[in-house]
Write a protein that binds this ligand. Structure first.
Ligand code: HEC
Length: 126
């Protein structure tokens, strides 16, 4: 029974990921990106949180995301490959700085895709 559910999940992931990648849907900051940040990042990236206190990055609003950390920007509109925010959630970075910090396996792949796509489409406040 467990195996069946697992296989079902793998199958669904396998068919839904390419389908998502092929369609050029416009990703919305408000309806697509915001909920991911709220669910996975806001525990630490708001004033008083661990991530904010260490890096200065407040992920609570569009303006503050674009402002970045106290060291500089984490989003380069149009280029997820060079955007620190993307790199850190994609799992390509050192595990000690992979975001969300301390979450085994990191951010689910479909959510990483949404963030990357949003940045590649210009990281708009849409
Ligand atoms: C458990 C707390 C925690 C969570 C949850 C978390 N972060 Fe962080 N984040 C940190 C800490 C701590 C730092 C500072 C790391 C350092 O400088 O060593 C940081 C730093 C960052 C940085 C800046 C790195 C730099 O260039 O200095 C980015 C970008 C970032 N986080 C993105 C995210 C995103 C996106 C999420 C949600 C998917 C997230 N974080 C969730 C704790 C967290």
């Amino acid at each position: 029974m467990k195996t069946r559910i697992l296989l079902g999940c793998i199958f669904l992931t396998a068919i839904s990921l390419p389908a998502f990648a092929e369609h050029t849907v416009t990703v919305s900051y408000k309806t697509d990106v915001r909920p991911i940040l709220d669910d996975y990042c806001m525990g630490c990236h708001k004033p008083g949180g661990k991530g904010y206190e260490k890096s200065g990055l407040d992920l609570g609003g569009y303006e503050s995301i674009m402002k970045g950390t106290k060291f500089g920007k984490v989003v380069t509109p149009g280029n997820s490959t060079t955007s620190t925010l993307s790199v850190l959630v994609s799992g390509h970075a050192d595990p000690s700085i992979t975001m969300p910090l301390g979450v085994k396996g990191g951010l689910p792949k479909d959510k990483v895709e949404i963030i990357n796509k949003w940045i590649d489409q210009g990281a708009k406040n849409n």
